[in-house]
Write a protein that binds this ligand. Structure first.
Ligand SMILES: Nc1ncnc2c1ncn2[C@@H]1O[C@H](COP(=O)(O)OP(=O)(O)O)[C@@H](O)[C@H]1O
Ligand SMILES: [Mg+2]
Length: 225
């Protein structure tokens, strides 16, 4: 294993294991078993995820993907903003077409599998097409909550609450996303904000501005018929 990670997100370090595999390790020791199960489940149904080779403790060994993140490609101009949004909304639509794994509490309202962090940094553009990574929040859930979270995250970037070089493109992304997204992106927006506030990786400033991001989404949302 290379001593230095070749990529690092907010929660994990990613190490190359040769050309074909990576090791993703949670810095806080989170167990990856459930995440790996969800990845294997959606992958088995044809949804684009990295193939999982091993999951133990905080370590996930998976297929190494080639290609930039959707965010990087949008920044360099390799991908237009409308094409980027079309990819995001298409991935959400395909994910929400999958049945839930089941086994939840009786009367659970889960209608599908949700990712709950599907944004331009968690999509890699590979030779085999866009592939979704970072499944730490994923599981059975309500599709509209997932869509609301993606809209909210884009809005956090658009209003400058999450610092990101895509800040200029993110405003157009929010507006287009709300037009193209599957389901109803505002029905569960308040629940999405509650979920987002609870995320440990959010800074106090980011948490303080979630209300403004919610307002940004609501203002832009077209009335749905
Ligand atoms: N399977 C993979 N193949 C290649 N690069 C990956 C893979 N998984 C993650 N990465 C890289 O690591 C970064 C962080 O991974 P991610 O799973 O999003 O962790 P975090 O929860 O820390 O955001 C990604 O942006 C990407 O550059
Ligand atoms: Mg990530």
């Amino acid at each position: 294993m290379d001593a230095k990670p070749f990529a690092a997100g907010r929660e994990a370090d990613v190490f190359a294991l040769g050309d074909d595999r990576v090791l993703r390790r949670y810095r806080n020791g989170t167990d990856v078993a459930r995440e790996a199960e969800v990845m294997e489940y959606v992958g088995g149904l044809g949804f684009p995820v990295p193939r999982v080779y091993a999951a133990q403790g905080a370590d996930l060994v998976m297929e190494r993907l080639d290609g930039p993140t959707l965010a990087q490609a949008a920044l360099t101009g390799e991908l237009s903003i409308p094409d980027g949004v079309a990819i995001l909304t298409d991935l959400l639509r395909r994910l929400h077409d999958l049945p839930p794994r089941g086994g939840g509490s009786a009367g659970s309202s889960a209608d599908t599998i949700v990712h709950l962090d599907l944004h331009p940094e968690n999509v890699l553009l590979t030779r085999r097409g866009p592939v979704v990574i970072d499944w730490c929040n994923a599981g059975d859930g309500v599709s509209d909550l997932d869509t609301a979270l993606s809209a909210l995250i884009l809005a956090q970037v658009a209003i400058g609450s999450i610092e990101h070089p895509l800040v200029d493109g993110a405003g157009i992304m929010v507006d287009l996303f709300l037009e193209l997204a599957p389901g109803d992106p505002v029905r569960l927006l308040d629940e999405a904000a509650v979920f987002r506030r609870r995320q440990l990786t959010m800074s106090p400033d980011e948490v303080a501005m979630i209300g403004a991001a919610v307002a940004r989404v609501r203002d832009a949302a077209l009335p749905r018929t």
